[in-house]
Design a protein around this ligand. Structure first.
Ligand code: PMM
Length: 403
Protein backbone atom coordinates (compact mmCIF):
# COMPACT_ATOMS: atom_id res chain seq x y z
CA UNK A 1 0.00 0.00 0.00
CA UNK A 2 1.24 3.48 -0.73
CA UNK A 3 0.04 6.13 1.68
CA UNK A 4 -3.66 5.41 1.45
CA UNK A 5 -3.94 2.98 4.32
CA UNK A 6 -5.31 -0.07 2.57
CA UNK A 7 -4.53 -1.69 -0.77
CA UNK A 8 -6.28 -0.37 -3.84
CA UNK A 9 -6.75 -2.84 -6.65
CA UNK A 10 -7.45 -1.38 -10.09
CA UNK A 11 -9.89 -3.36 -12.23
CA UNK A 12 -8.77 -4.24 -15.72
CA UNK A 13 -11.50 -6.05 -17.60
CA UNK A 14 -10.05 -7.31 -20.88
CA UNK A 15 -13.53 -8.24 -22.06
CA UNK A 16 -15.89 -7.02 -24.73
CA UNK A 17 -18.89 -7.05 -22.37
CA UNK A 18 -18.09 -6.11 -18.74
CA UNK A 19 -20.90 -4.05 -17.25
CA UNK A 20 -19.10 -0.79 -16.70
CA UNK A 21 -16.03 -0.73 -18.89
CA UNK A 22 -16.76 -3.59 -21.29
CA UNK A 23 -15.04 -3.33 -24.60
CA UNK A 24 -12.77 -0.46 -23.74
CA UNK A 25 -9.66 -2.49 -22.93
CA UNK A 26 -10.15 -5.58 -25.08
CA UNK A 27 -7.05 -4.69 -27.07
CA UNK A 28 -3.88 -5.64 -25.12
CA UNK A 29 -2.17 -2.31 -25.85
CA UNK A 30 -5.12 -0.27 -24.54
CA UNK A 31 -5.39 -2.56 -21.51
CA UNK A 32 -1.71 -2.18 -20.64
CA UNK A 33 -1.93 1.60 -21.03
CA UNK A 34 -4.93 1.68 -18.70
CA UNK A 35 -3.11 -0.46 -16.12
CA UNK A 36 -0.15 1.93 -16.21
CA UNK A 37 -2.51 4.86 -15.69
CA UNK A 38 -4.11 3.14 -12.71
CA UNK A 39 -0.70 2.42 -11.23
CA UNK A 40 0.27 6.08 -11.63
CA UNK A 41 -2.95 7.01 -9.79
CA UNK A 42 -1.92 4.84 -6.84
CA UNK A 43 -3.16 1.29 -7.56
CA UNK A 44 -1.20 -1.33 -5.61
CA UNK A 45 -2.46 -4.31 -7.62
CA UNK A 46 -4.05 -4.65 -11.06
CA UNK A 47 -6.86 -7.24 -11.15
CA UNK A 48 -7.02 -8.57 -14.71
CA UNK A 49 -10.19 -10.33 -15.88
CA UNK A 50 -10.94 -11.96 -19.22
CA UNK A 51 -14.49 -13.12 -18.59
CA UNK A 52 -17.38 -10.89 -17.63
CA UNK A 53 -19.76 -11.79 -14.79
CA UNK A 54 -22.31 -9.32 -16.14
CA UNK A 55 -25.84 -10.79 -16.43
CA UNK A 56 -26.27 -12.15 -19.95
CA UNK A 57 -22.55 -12.05 -20.82
CA UNK A 58 -21.40 -14.86 -23.08
CA UNK A 59 -19.23 -17.42 -21.27
CA UNK A 60 -15.74 -17.79 -22.69
CA UNK A 61 -13.59 -20.90 -22.91
CA UNK A 62 -10.47 -20.91 -20.73
CA UNK A 63 -8.43 -20.78 -23.98
CA UNK A 64 -10.18 -17.61 -25.16
CA UNK A 65 -9.86 -16.11 -21.68
CA UNK A 66 -6.13 -16.85 -21.62
CA UNK A 67 -5.64 -15.42 -25.11
CA UNK A 68 -7.15 -12.16 -23.84
CA UNK A 69 -5.32 -11.81 -20.56
CA UNK A 70 -1.93 -13.55 -20.73
CA UNK A 71 -0.17 -10.99 -22.98
CA UNK A 72 -1.39 -8.27 -20.60
CA UNK A 73 -0.36 -10.17 -17.46
CA UNK A 74 3.13 -10.87 -18.86
CA UNK A 75 3.74 -7.22 -19.73
CA UNK A 76 2.47 -5.87 -16.40
CA UNK A 77 4.60 -8.36 -14.48
CA UNK A 78 7.60 -7.38 -16.63
CA UNK A 79 7.00 -3.76 -15.60
CA UNK A 80 7.00 -4.72 -11.92
CA UNK A 81 3.26 -4.32 -11.44
CA UNK A 82 1.60 -6.72 -8.98
CA UNK A 83 -1.07 -8.68 -10.82
CA UNK A 84 -4.17 -10.52 -9.70
CA UNK A 85 -6.15 -12.57 -12.20
CA UNK A 86 -9.93 -12.75 -11.91
CA UNK A 87 -10.86 -16.22 -13.13
CA UNK A 88 -13.00 -19.21 -12.23
CA UNK A 89 -11.02 -21.65 -14.39
CA UNK A 90 -8.21 -23.83 -13.02
CA UNK A 91 -6.44 -23.88 -16.41
CA UNK A 92 -6.42 -20.08 -16.55
CA UNK A 93 -5.25 -19.84 -12.95
CA UNK A 94 -2.37 -22.19 -13.75
CA UNK A 95 -1.37 -20.23 -16.86
CA UNK A 96 -1.70 -16.89 -15.05
CA UNK A 97 0.56 -18.01 -12.19
CA UNK A 98 3.02 -19.27 -14.76
CA UNK A 99 2.91 -15.81 -16.39
CA UNK A 100 3.77 -14.20 -13.05
CA UNK A 101 0.38 -13.37 -11.49
CA UNK A 102 0.70 -13.07 -7.71
CA UNK A 103 -2.97 -13.58 -6.86
CA UNK A 104 -5.88 -15.61 -8.22
CA UNK A 105 -9.27 -14.01 -7.61
CA UNK A 106 -12.09 -16.53 -7.94
CA UNK A 107 -15.63 -15.12 -7.67
CA UNK A 108 -16.94 -18.64 -7.02
CA UNK A 109 -14.33 -19.45 -4.35
CA UNK A 110 -13.41 -22.68 -6.11
CA UNK A 111 -16.98 -23.90 -6.53
CA UNK A 112 -17.19 -23.49 -10.32
CA UNK A 113 -14.01 -25.44 -10.97
CA UNK A 114 -12.81 -27.24 -7.83
CA UNK A 115 -9.44 -27.94 -9.49
CA UNK A 116 -8.68 -24.20 -9.20
CA UNK A 117 -7.86 -24.49 -5.49
CA UNK A 118 -5.24 -27.19 -6.15
CA UNK A 119 -3.81 -25.17 -9.03
CA UNK A 120 -3.32 -22.16 -6.74
CA UNK A 121 -1.81 -24.35 -4.02
CA UNK A 122 0.64 -25.89 -6.49
CA UNK A 123 1.55 -22.57 -8.08
CA UNK A 124 2.14 -20.93 -4.68
CA UNK A 125 -0.07 -17.93 -5.51
CA UNK A 126 -2.31 -15.99 -3.15
CA UNK A 127 -6.04 -16.59 -3.41
CA UNK A 128 -9.22 -14.51 -3.09
CA UNK A 129 -12.30 -16.49 -2.07
CA UNK A 130 -15.45 -14.51 -2.87
CA UNK A 131 -19.00 -15.23 -1.75
CA UNK A 132 -21.40 -15.97 -4.60
CA UNK A 133 -24.22 -18.32 -5.44
CA UNK A 134 -23.07 -19.31 -8.88
CA UNK A 135 -22.20 -17.19 -11.84
CA UNK A 136 -25.69 -15.87 -12.51
CA UNK A 137 -25.51 -12.90 -10.17
CA UNK A 138 -29.24 -12.15 -10.46
CA UNK A 139 -30.33 -15.56 -9.11
CA UNK A 140 -31.05 -16.69 -5.58
CA UNK A 141 -31.04 -13.40 -3.72
CA UNK A 142 -32.94 -14.54 -0.61
CA UNK A 143 -31.23 -14.43 2.77
CA UNK A 144 -32.31 -14.74 6.37
CA UNK A 145 -29.28 -13.02 7.87
CA UNK A 146 -27.07 -12.04 4.95
CA UNK A 147 -24.00 -11.22 7.07
CA UNK A 148 -24.10 -14.53 8.96
CA UNK A 149 -24.79 -16.54 5.79
CA UNK A 150 -21.98 -14.90 3.82
CA UNK A 151 -19.56 -15.44 6.72
CA UNK A 152 -20.59 -19.11 7.07
CA UNK A 153 -20.16 -19.72 3.33
CA UNK A 154 -16.73 -18.06 3.35
CA UNK A 155 -15.65 -20.19 6.34
CA UNK A 156 -16.68 -23.33 4.42
CA UNK A 157 -14.84 -22.24 1.26
CA UNK A 158 -11.80 -21.33 3.36
CA UNK A 159 -11.78 -24.86 4.80
CA UNK A 160 -11.99 -26.28 1.26
CA UNK A 161 -9.08 -24.12 0.08
CA UNK A 162 -6.93 -25.06 3.07
CA UNK A 163 -7.80 -28.75 2.47
CA UNK A 164 -6.63 -28.32 -1.12
CA UNK A 165 -3.26 -27.11 0.16
CA UNK A 166 -3.50 -23.30 0.02
CA UNK A 167 -1.89 -21.92 3.19
CA UNK A 168 -4.37 -19.93 5.26
CA UNK A 169 -2.06 -16.92 5.38
CA UNK A 170 -2.18 -16.66 1.57
CA UNK A 171 -5.97 -16.30 1.46
CA UNK A 172 -8.17 -13.20 1.36
CA UNK A 173 -11.95 -13.22 1.69
CA UNK A 174 -14.49 -11.12 -0.20
CA UNK A 175 -18.20 -10.84 0.69
CA UNK A 176 -19.11 -10.56 -3.00
CA UNK A 177 -21.01 -7.31 -3.23
CA UNK A 178 -23.67 -7.47 -5.94
CA UNK A 179 -23.44 -11.23 -6.44
CA UNK A 180 -26.95 -12.65 -5.83
CA UNK A 181 -27.66 -9.76 -3.47
CA UNK A 182 -30.37 -7.11 -3.40
CA UNK A 183 -29.36 -3.51 -2.64
CA UNK A 184 -30.35 -3.84 1.03
CA UNK A 185 -28.22 -7.00 1.38
CA UNK A 186 -25.19 -5.08 0.12
CA UNK A 187 -25.77 -2.27 2.63
CA UNK A 188 -26.22 -4.80 5.44
CA UNK A 189 -22.96 -6.48 4.43
CA UNK A 190 -21.12 -3.18 4.43
CA UNK A 191 -22.55 -2.25 7.83
CA UNK A 192 -21.73 -5.71 9.21
CA UNK A 193 -18.32 -6.14 7.64
CA UNK A 194 -16.75 -6.48 11.08
CA UNK A 195 -18.49 -9.86 11.50
CA UNK A 196 -16.94 -11.17 8.25
CA UNK A 197 -13.58 -9.74 9.36
CA UNK A 198 -13.79 -11.79 12.56
CA UNK A 199 -13.05 -14.90 10.47
CA UNK A 200 -9.54 -13.54 10.83
CA UNK A 201 -8.37 -13.12 7.23
CA UNK A 202 -7.85 -9.92 5.22
CA UNK A 203 -10.94 -8.70 3.37
CA UNK A 204 -11.15 -7.49 -0.22
CA UNK A 205 -14.17 -5.34 -1.03
CA UNK A 206 -15.62 -4.93 -4.51
CA UNK A 207 -18.42 -2.37 -4.46
CA UNK A 208 -17.14 -0.42 -7.45
CA UNK A 209 -19.91 0.91 -9.71
CA UNK A 210 -22.25 -1.86 -8.62
CA UNK A 211 -25.99 -1.61 -9.14
CA UNK A 212 -26.77 -0.96 -5.45
CA UNK A 213 -24.77 2.27 -5.68
CA UNK A 214 -26.86 3.20 -8.74
CA UNK A 215 -29.89 3.32 -6.42
CA UNK A 216 -28.32 6.44 -4.84
CA UNK A 217 -28.35 8.28 -8.18
CA UNK A 218 -31.04 9.60 -10.49
CA UNK A 219 -32.58 7.09 -12.95
CA UNK A 220 -30.45 6.56 -16.00
CA UNK A 221 -27.15 7.74 -14.45
CA UNK A 222 -24.15 6.06 -16.10
CA UNK A 223 -21.98 3.52 -14.16
CA UNK A 224 -19.08 6.06 -14.04
CA UNK A 225 -21.34 8.36 -12.03
CA UNK A 226 -21.16 5.78 -9.21
CA UNK A 227 -17.50 6.57 -8.52
CA UNK A 228 -18.15 9.04 -5.68
CA UNK A 229 -20.31 6.47 -3.88
CA UNK A 230 -17.68 3.83 -4.65
CA UNK A 231 -15.03 5.97 -2.94
CA UNK A 232 -17.34 6.54 0.03
CA UNK A 233 -17.91 2.79 0.42
CA UNK A 234 -14.14 2.23 0.21
CA UNK A 235 -13.69 4.59 3.17
CA UNK A 236 -16.52 2.90 5.09
CA UNK A 237 -14.98 -0.51 4.37
CA UNK A 238 -11.54 0.70 5.47
CA UNK A 239 -13.05 1.98 8.71
CA UNK A 240 -14.53 -1.47 9.25
CA UNK A 241 -11.18 -3.17 8.81
CA UNK A 242 -11.04 -4.05 5.08
CA UNK A 243 -7.54 -4.75 3.78
CA UNK A 244 -8.15 -3.95 0.11
CA UNK A 245 -10.71 -2.46 -2.27
CA UNK A 246 -11.15 -3.34 -5.93
CA UNK A 247 -12.18 -0.32 -8.00
CA UNK A 248 -12.58 0.96 -11.56
CA UNK A 249 -11.69 4.59 -10.87
CA UNK A 250 -8.48 4.40 -8.86
CA UNK A 251 -7.95 8.18 -8.54
CA UNK A 252 -11.19 8.95 -6.69
CA UNK A 253 -10.88 6.05 -4.24
CA UNK A 254 -7.19 6.70 -3.54
CA UNK A 255 -7.86 10.35 -2.69
CA UNK A 256 -10.86 9.45 -0.51
CA UNK A 257 -8.74 6.92 1.39
CA UNK A 258 -5.98 9.50 1.77
CA UNK A 259 -8.50 11.79 3.47
CA UNK A 260 -9.17 8.99 5.96
CA UNK A 261 -5.47 8.45 6.60
CA UNK A 262 -4.84 12.20 6.98
CA UNK A 263 -7.64 12.43 9.54
CA UNK A 264 -6.35 9.42 11.46
CA UNK A 265 -2.83 10.87 11.47
CA UNK A 266 -4.08 14.26 12.66
CA UNK A 267 -5.84 12.75 15.66
CA UNK A 268 -3.97 13.68 18.83
CA UNK A 269 -1.51 11.16 20.18
CA UNK A 270 -3.47 9.19 22.80
CA UNK A 271 -0.63 9.81 25.26
CA UNK A 272 -1.12 13.59 24.87
CA UNK A 273 -4.91 13.62 24.96
CA UNK A 274 -6.38 15.02 28.18
CA UNK A 275 -7.34 12.08 30.34
CA UNK A 276 -11.06 11.79 30.89
CA UNK A 277 -12.12 12.05 34.50
CA UNK A 278 -15.40 10.27 34.50
CA UNK A 279 -17.69 11.26 37.30
CA UNK A 280 -21.32 11.60 38.22
CA UNK A 281 -23.68 14.42 39.13
CA UNK A 282 -26.53 13.37 41.39
CA UNK A 283 -29.64 15.42 41.93
CA UNK A 284 -32.19 13.80 44.22
CA UNK A 285 -35.60 14.57 45.67
CA UNK A 286 -36.71 17.08 43.00
CA UNK A 287 -40.42 17.64 43.69
CA UNK A 288 -42.73 18.47 40.82
CA UNK A 289 -46.47 18.40 40.19
CA UNK A 290 -47.85 16.47 37.27
CA UNK A 291 -51.04 14.84 36.00
CA UNK A 292 -49.63 11.43 35.13
CA UNK A 293 -51.52 8.25 35.92
CA UNK A 294 -54.15 5.83 34.70
CA UNK A 295 -57.06 7.00 36.90
CA UNK A 296 -59.29 9.91 35.82
CA UNK A 297 -58.82 11.69 39.19
CA UNK A 298 -55.04 11.53 38.79
CA UNK A 299 -55.37 13.13 35.38
CA UNK A 300 -57.79 15.75 36.78
CA UNK A 301 -56.22 16.70 40.12
CA UNK A 302 -52.56 15.93 39.60
CA UNK A 303 -50.14 14.93 42.37
CA UNK A 304 -46.56 15.24 43.48
CA UNK A 305 -43.75 13.30 41.79
CA UNK A 306 -40.24 13.07 43.18
CA UNK A 307 -37.34 12.67 40.78
CA UNK A 308 -33.76 11.48 41.33
CA UNK A 309 -31.24 11.87 38.56
CA UNK A 310 -27.71 10.63 38.19
CA UNK A 311 -25.67 11.76 35.18
CA UNK A 312 -22.38 10.12 34.21
CA UNK A 313 -20.03 12.38 32.28
CA UNK A 314 -16.44 13.48 31.88
CA UNK A 315 -15.81 16.14 34.50
CA UNK A 316 -12.19 16.79 33.51
CA UNK A 317 -12.83 20.01 31.61
CA UNK A 318 -15.03 21.47 34.36
CA UNK A 319 -12.42 20.60 37.00
CA UNK A 320 -9.53 22.06 34.98
CA UNK A 321 -11.37 25.29 34.18
CA UNK A 322 -13.42 25.48 37.38
CA UNK A 323 -16.24 26.72 35.20
CA UNK A 324 -19.93 25.92 35.48
CA UNK A 325 -20.31 26.26 31.69
CA UNK A 326 -18.07 23.22 31.26
CA UNK A 327 -20.46 20.94 33.11
CA UNK A 328 -24.17 20.31 33.56
CA UNK A 329 -25.70 23.11 35.64
CA UNK A 330 -27.73 21.20 38.23
CA UNK A 331 -29.96 24.18 39.02
CA UNK A 332 -31.03 24.51 35.38
CA UNK A 333 -31.45 20.75 35.13
CA UNK A 334 -33.78 20.77 38.15
CA UNK A 335 -35.93 23.47 36.52
CA UNK A 336 -36.11 21.54 33.24
CA UNK A 337 -37.20 18.43 35.15
CA UNK A 338 -39.97 20.29 36.97
CA UNK A 339 -41.19 21.80 33.68
CA UNK A 340 -41.15 18.41 31.95
CA UNK A 341 -43.06 16.65 34.74
CA UNK A 342 -45.66 19.42 34.49
CA UNK A 343 -46.43 18.88 30.80
CA UNK A 344 -48.15 16.22 28.62
CA UNK A 345 -49.67 13.66 31.02
CA UNK A 346 -48.80 9.99 30.45
CA UNK A 347 -50.17 6.84 32.10
CA UNK A 348 -46.94 5.34 33.41
CA UNK A 349 -44.05 6.61 35.52
CA UNK A 350 -41.93 4.34 33.29
CA UNK A 351 -42.78 6.59 30.34
CA UNK A 352 -42.13 9.70 32.39
CA UNK A 353 -38.77 8.41 33.67
CA UNK A 354 -37.68 7.54 30.14
CA UNK A 355 -38.74 10.97 28.90
CA UNK A 356 -36.68 12.61 31.64
CA UNK A 357 -33.66 10.41 30.84
CA UNK A 358 -33.88 11.50 27.19
CA UNK A 359 -34.05 15.10 28.40
CA UNK A 360 -30.79 14.58 30.34
CA UNK A 361 -29.04 13.20 27.23
CA UNK A 362 -29.91 16.32 25.22
CA UNK A 363 -26.72 17.70 26.76
CA UNK A 364 -24.08 16.04 24.55
CA UNK A 365 -21.62 15.74 27.44
CA UNK A 366 -23.83 13.29 29.32
CA UNK A 367 -22.81 9.68 28.62
CA UNK A 368 -25.36 7.95 30.79
CA UNK A 369 -28.46 9.05 32.70
CA UNK A 370 -30.23 7.17 35.47
CA UNK A 371 -33.62 8.62 36.35
CA UNK A 372 -35.91 7.44 39.15
CA UNK A 373 -39.45 8.77 39.37
CA UNK A 374 -41.19 8.27 42.74
CA UNK A 375 -44.93 8.56 43.11
CA UNK A 376 -45.46 8.83 46.88
CA UNK A 377 -49.21 9.48 46.59
CA UNK A 378 -49.90 6.67 44.12
CA UNK A 379 -53.44 5.25 44.40
CA UNK A 380 -52.47 2.04 46.17
CA UNK A 381 -55.15 0.52 48.43
CA UNK A 382 -52.77 -0.59 51.18
CA UNK A 383 -50.31 1.43 53.27
CA UNK A 384 -46.96 1.74 51.45
CA UNK A 385 -43.73 3.67 51.76
CA UNK A 386 -42.85 4.56 48.20
CA UNK A 387 -43.25 3.36 44.64
CA UNK A 388 -40.68 4.26 42.03
CA UNK A 389 -39.37 3.33 38.58
CA UNK A 390 -35.77 3.68 37.44
CA UNK A 391 -34.71 4.00 33.80
CA UNK A 392 -31.13 3.88 32.48
CA UNK A 393 -30.21 5.44 29.16
CA UNK A 394 -26.78 5.63 27.52
CA UNK A 395 -25.69 7.69 24.60
CA UNK A 396 -25.27 5.53 21.52
CA UNK A 397 -21.70 5.48 20.36
CA UNK A 398 -20.87 4.55 16.81
CA UNK A 399 -18.52 1.55 16.57
CA UNK A 400 -16.61 3.03 13.65
CA UNK A 401 -12.94 2.70 13.96
CA UNK A 402 -10.64 5.09 12.21
CA UNK A 403 -7.53 3.44 10.82
N1 PMM B 1 -16.83 -8.16 -8.81
C1 PMM B 1 -16.78 -8.40 -10.13
C2 PMM B 1 -15.79 -9.22 -10.67
N2 PMM B 1 -14.86 -9.76 -9.89
N3 PMM B 1 -13.91 -10.09 -7.76
C3 PMM B 1 -13.92 -9.87 -6.45
N4 PMM B 1 -12.98 -10.42 -5.67
N5 PMM B 1 -14.87 -9.09 -5.87
C4 PMM B 1 -15.85 -8.50 -6.59
O1 PMM B 1 -16.70 -7.83 -5.98
C5 PMM B 1 -15.88 -8.72 -7.99
C6 PMM B 1 -14.86 -9.53 -8.56
C7 PMM B 1 -17.82 -7.79 -11.03
O2 PMM B 1 -17.52 -6.46 -11.35
P1 PMM B 1 -16.69 -5.98 -12.67
O3 PMM B 1 -17.37 -6.61 -13.86
O4 PMM B 1 -16.77 -4.53 -12.65
O5 PMM B 1 -15.29 -6.47 -12.56
Amino acid sequence: MSGHGIEVWGILNVTPDSFSDGGRYVDAGAAIAHARRMRAQGADVIDVGGESTRPGATPVTPEEEQARILPVVRELVREGIRVSVDTVHAATARAAIEAGAEIINDVTAGEHDPALLGAVAEGGARLVLMHSRGLDVTQDTRYGDVVAEVAAHLRARLAAAVDAGVPRERIMLDPGFGFSKEPEDNWRLLAGLGAVGRIGLPLLIGTSRKRFLGTLLPEGARPEERDAATAATAVLAAQRGAAAVRVHDVASTVSALRALVATAEAAPDPALRPQPRSGAISLTGVRARGHHGVLPEERRDGQEFVVDVQLVLDLGDAIDRDDVHATVHYGELAERIVADVGRDPVDLIETLADRLAALCLVDGRVEHATVTVHKPQAPIAVPFGDVAVTVHRSRERSDWVVL
